[in-house]
Design a protein around this ligand. Structure first.
Ligand SMILES: O=C(O)CCC(=O)C(=O)O
Ligand SMILES: [Fe+2]
Length: 113
C-alpha cells in the first residue's frame, strides 16, 4: 500500500438543496476509502443493478467502506468502484471524515494474476 490521505469535508446548510451540490458524482481513485459521517446524512451511492441513487443512512459509530478505482483495476473488475455524491441539508451542516488508502504513487496498477 502507498500513502494514505485524510479529508475532512464540511457541508454548510443550504436553504434550497435541490439546486445545490455538496459533492458532485464521482468515484474515488483510491484502493479503498473509509468514511465516517455524522448523523445528518446526504451521502448517496449509485445502485449496481438499477441505476438509482441509494441513500447511505448514517449509523452511529459505523464506518462506510468504499471500493475505489484502483482496487477495481487490481481485482480485474471483481470489486466495483462505487459512484457516489453528496446532497446538502436545508438547515444543518454536515461533516464527514475520510481516509483514502491509495496505491503507491509510482506503482503501475493492473489486475492481480
Ligand atoms: O462527504 C462524504 O460523505 C463523501 C465525500 C467524498 O466522496 C470524497 O471526499 O471523496
Ligand atoms: Fe468520494
Amino acid at each position: 500500500m502507498g500513502p494514505m490521505a485524510i479529508n475532512i469535508n464540511y457541508y454548510p446548510p443550504c436553504p434550497n438543496p435541490s439546486i445545490t451540490i455538496g459533492a458532485h458524482r464521482h468515484c474515488d481513485v483510491s484502493c479503498i476509502t473509509l468514511l465516517f459521517q455524522d448523523d445528518i446524512g446526504g451521502l448517496y451511492v449509485r445502485g449496481t443493478k438499477s441505476n438509482n441513487w441509494i441513500h447511505v443512512n448514517p449509523i452511529k459509530g459505523a464506518l462506510a467502506v468504499n471500493i475505489g478505482d484502483s482496487l477495481q483495476i487490481m481485482s480485474n473488475d471483481r470489486y466495483k468502484s462505487i459512484e457516489h455524491c453528496v446532497a446538502v441539508d436545508s438547515s444543518r451542516a454536515r461533516i464527514s471524515i475520510l481516509l483514502f488508502v491509495n496505491p503507491k504513487f509510482d506503482s503501475v496498477i493492473g489486475p492481480f494474476s
